[in-house]
Design a binder for this molecule. Structure first.
Ligand code: SIN
Ligand code: CO
Length: 381
């Protein structure tokens, strides 16, 4: 279990003074840090088809990026390259543990855990991210330079690498195992590897207005919603057939706002939209499905784990009506088990003790059997 240590800072102070505002180094944010996965294991994962990975290095002064899966790394030599693996939390239960200390930020804001192995001199180059990120230094040593927010010029150093022109550093420090650097969106930064290094970045996502509206439009289409037509049975004759009058503008705008005033619909959309995984899940449905009775028995002895990367959320307002959202879908359950569903959405690791009131509850067993058989939850050994 990783435990976040903010020294003198409380979580409230961190959120008040730094979150989304300014970068900060959290020295020994993880005391006695041990890499959850080593460089060889990471390199092995990057050979798998389903795992998103890339190599970044410079050749004759030109930035290069290659996308996995990789067959070997021999051409790269001993220095000046980085291997980056996206969504490591989907593929490694040990690495996924690194996300847990950051649950003081709600999970809908989370993106994924990215890992990088970099050899001496390796870097992905100076760049700006749109996301908040906690970069946790594992073994090795890296120097991090962070510049201030501002009008920075970005350019494509390679078709897959958007870089930023040289910047003046407001942070320029070396990080060793257990140190964490938090960088909010918009701050240019670069990590330069001083000793072969592992780092683990817990990234948070947000979403733009255009993304939300486009997601909402998809949701309406997929669910055949919002098909009501604008109606105007009380129309009066007009002198200006080319005009969209004030009243008509209001009529059309009301059609848009009425939809957004429908909280049930908007919650359903947000629940489905925010639980969609951005990266592939290691989802495998059980070949031999378990019955509710099997599950009841195993729940009393084994810990139930959520598959890495699976997003499960609820709204306070609709939880008690029996609604929750998992991996892009809305699920209905008996309102009697809302406390159990809350546990299932709030915790990734569900011990027999945590679920003890629900081991034999037929409504809960019905719900969780579906989820386990689909591969979203599994029993740890
Ligand atoms: C890296 O770990 O090499 C890059 C992380 C980042 O800058 O976001
Ligand atoms: Co970055």
């Amino acid at each position: 279990m990783y435990q976040l240590n903010l020294s003198e800072l409380t979580l409230e102070e961190f959120l008040r003074d730094y979150w989304q505002k300014k970068p900060v180094i959290l020295r020994q944010g993880f005391k006695n840090f041990v890499d959850p996965i080593d460089a060889d294991e990471l390199a092995g994962l990057a050979c798998e088809e389903e795992v998103e990975s890339r190599l970044v290095y410079q050749k004759n002064g030109q930035w290069q990026a290659e996308f996995g899966p990789f067959e070997h790394y021999e051409h790269l030599g001993e220095s000046n390259w980085s291997l980056v693996v996206q969504a490591l939390d989907h593929w490694s239960e040990e690495a996924a543990q690194l996300i847990e200390p950051f649950r003081f930020i709600p999970h809908w804001r989370l993106d994924d855990l990215m890992a990088s192995f970099a050899t001496v001199g390796g870097s992905v180059g100076p760049h700006i991210d749109l996301y908040d990120v906690f970069i946790c230094q594992g073994s090795g040593k890296r120097r991090w330079r962070v510049g201030d927010r501002g009008d920075h010029q970005q350019f494509s150093a390679h078709e897959a690498l958007l870089h930023v022109k040289p910047f003046t550093a407001i942070i320029d420090e070396e990080l060793t195992a257990g140190d964490i650097i938090y960088i909010p969106p918009g701050y240019p930064h670069e990590g330069i590897t001083l000793e072969n290094s592992m780092s683990f970045s817990v990234g948070f996502r947000t979403t733009s207005t255009v993304n939300l509206y486009s997601g909402l439009a998809d949701h309406l289409i997929d669910n055949e919603l919002g098909e009501e037509l604008i109606e105007d049975p009380h129309r009066m004759p007009t002198q200006h057939s080319g005009e969209i009058s004030k009243d008509d503008y209001q009529l059309i705008k009301n059609q848009l706002t009425q939809l957004l005033d429908n909280d049930d619909l908007v919650r359903q959309f947000i629940g489905c939209f925010m639980t969609k995984a951005k990266h592939e899940l290691a989802l495998v449905a059980l070949e031999e499905p378990l019955t509710p009775d099997d599950i009841s028995e195993i729940l009393s002895t084994n810990t139930l784990m959520r598959l890495g990367g699976v997003r499960a959320f609820y709204f306070e307002e609709s939880l008690k009506q029996g609604l929750c959202y998992i991996d892009g879908n809305e699920y209905q359950f008996s309102p009697e088990i809302y406390e159990a569903i809350q546990l299932v959405c709030d915790h990734v690791c569900l011990t027999p003790r945590l679920l003890s009131p629900w081991h034999s509850d037929r409504h809960f067993l019905h719900f969780i059997t579906q989820q386990i058989n689909a591969g979203y939850w599994y029993f740890s050994e």
